[in-house]
Design a protein around this ligand. Sequence first.
Ligand SMILES: [Zn+2]
Length: 246
Amino acid sequence: MIGLSCLRCRARFDEPRLFTGCPRCRAQGVAVNLSVEYDLSPLAGVTRETFGSASRGLWRFDSLLPVASRPVSLGEGATPLVHLERLGRRLGLPRLYAKDETQNPTWSYKDRLCSTAVTHAVEIGARVITISSTGNHGASTAAYAARAGLPCVIFTLASVPETMKTLMQAYGAAVVACPTSESRWTLMREGVERFGWYPTSGFVAPPVGSNPWGVEGYKTIAYEIAEDLGWAAPDAIVVPSAAPDP
Ligand SMILES: [Zn+2]
């Protein structure tokens, strides 16, 4: 990893605790996230053997992840690519596949982000993990914080269903129900800026996206798809998405 770079102005930063997007663009009133940049020269001549079988799942791709320490892992990644033959026939797409991310440890793709981000948190000496979430991302963060032996504080909304609150608490997190989205970001920001808590989600308005180190974990979905297709890129990938948390 060389550092973080801005997706818009390309400025480069090497602070290990820059979670609020590009400071230069923000000064111009534009909210932009940062992205991890790598020196890929050690991977020149990469073959399928480069990613051997020493580790399993997401961490097989550790040479393409922004952390060097021992992974905080619950066995995430290596999810099945399921051939949807019947649906594909109906749509005229004989090679239609679904990447089944529910097979991750806490049942969502968020585990890829949390495994990578919490490993980074441990690497830089964070003592508490925090997140603002109404669901999967909170549960996943709580699980990985527990795996790392770190306390976790989740700011959620009072309106969140009890099922989700219980799931987050079951992994040992302190769940704080807030009246509004703004109030939970304000509280989380206090934790991050005053006490050095490590965030696995964004907490600024306007939003800049998630923790840039953690986002790297998501990229392993693409590596696995390419590998399962015989190291070929698919024609198209369709991803369900949503607006930032309300
Ligand atoms: Zn910028």
